[in-house]
Design a protein. Structure first.
Ligand SMILES: Cc1cc2nc3c(=O)[nH]c(=O)nc-3n(C[C@H](O)[C@H](O)[C@H](O)COP(=O)(O)OP(=O)(O)OC[C@H]3O[C@@H](n4cnc5c(N)ncnc54)[C@H](O)[C@@H]3O)c2cc1C
Length: 291
């Protein structure tokens, strides 16, 4: 089954924002959506394209076969883009201050859909926690889309790697001594994302190191998602980022310092950054010192 050059799958079509763009680019579109209200909206919005058979809307929730033929879909009342079949995702959305209603919908078998409509040139997947069901489905086919766009939990790199590995994406760890090593690669597209390492590989002396100090704290409550930057009122350095699994406190920049070693003077900087954060959150901003 080869990919059809004029076909796009819009999986998780929401209000048709992407579908509209694809149709205007003269592609045929198969749009997948589970939320009955959004489906009704798109049927009205794209009545002409549906009548012309340029757009087909597949109604229901993509889920694995084991989930049964009727699926509970959590339609989000405040953020319609957060509709999901995942109970844990609905719970996450609740902790972020939104409410969902449970709607029972038909299950859509994605492998059957590929067999019915064909393998698209471009496959967009954005279905809140069920994205990998589509990737798993692809593995049962011989043909592959030319391009895939998928939403991943980029905030959690380990989970992203695990998802990609499960979907058959190989990871090879390699060290590149110089750009001559690139010539030995079989791949015909190379993204050079070696960061500061590019200085040595590309012999680029215009690249200047900027070294900083970070203190990583344990996140004690799921609701810690604040962000603070700009230092204390007197301009002393410190920022706080709440990330998915931890809290990062930092703010120093040492231009031209490329050392990876942690020295005693670095330890003193870590202490100062931390005590600045404590002083600020205690309301003692005058106690902050220059890190
Ligand atoms: C302390 C600090 C705080 C920062 N805070 C922020 C922030 O708050 N917000 C923000 O947006 N940015 C921040 N940055 C900048 C941000 O981290 C970088 O811009 C970003 O990580 C660059 O991503 P990258 O993928 O290009 O490179 P990197 O994340 O540097 O990844 C490069 C990778 O290439 C590998 N590599 C290097 N040489 C070779 C080689 N020869 N062969 C094979 N592999 C190699 C390295 O091991 C590394 O894994 C901060 C940086 C620092 C140091």
């Amino acid at each position: 089954m080869t990919c059809q050059p004029d076909l796009i799958f819009d999986i998780g079509s929401h209000k048709g924002e992407d579908t509209d763009f694809y149709l205007k680019k003269a592609f045929k579109v198969v749009a997948f959506e589970a939320n009955p209200k959004l489906i009704a909206h798109c049927k009205t919005r794209f009545a002409d394209a549906i009548a012309d058979r340029r757009l087909r809307i597949v109604e229901g929730a993509i889920a694995p076969e084991a989930a049964g033929e009727r699926i509970v879909f959590y339609a989000n009342l405040q953020a319609s883009v957060w509709g999901t079949i995942g109970a844990s995702w609905a719970e996450r959305n609740r902790t972020l201050g939104t409410q969902s209603v449970r709607v029972e919908v038909e299950r859509v078998d994605i492998v059957e859909a590929f067999r019915t409509y064909g393998v698209p040139f471009y496959l967009k997947i954005d279905i809140e926690g069920a994205d990998c069901v589509v990737l798993e489905g692809l593995r049962q086919l011989e043909g592959r889309p030319r391009y895939i766009s998928i939403e991943a939990e980029k905030v959690d790199f380990a989970r992203l790697v695990a998802e990609l590995r499960r979907s058959g994406v190989p990871f090879r760890v390699r060290h590149f001594e110089s750009k001559i090593d690139f010539a030995g690669l079989r791949e015909n597209v190379i993204v050079n994302c070696t960061g500061y390492g590019a200085k040595a590989i590309m012999n680029d002396n215009n690249l200047i190191a900027r070294r900083g100090h970070l203190v990583v704290l344990k996140k004690t409550l799921h609701k810690q998602f604040y962000f603070f930057s700009g230092g204390c009122w007197n301009g002393r350095i410190m920022y706080v980022f709440c990330r998915q699994n931890d809290i990062v406190v930092g703010g120093t920049v040492q231009r031209g310092n490329e050392s990876e070693a942690v020295t005693e003077s670095d330890r003193a900087v870590f202490e100062r950054i931390l005590s600045n954060a404590q002083a600020m959150f205690d309301g003692r901003v005058v106690d902050c010192v220059t890190a």
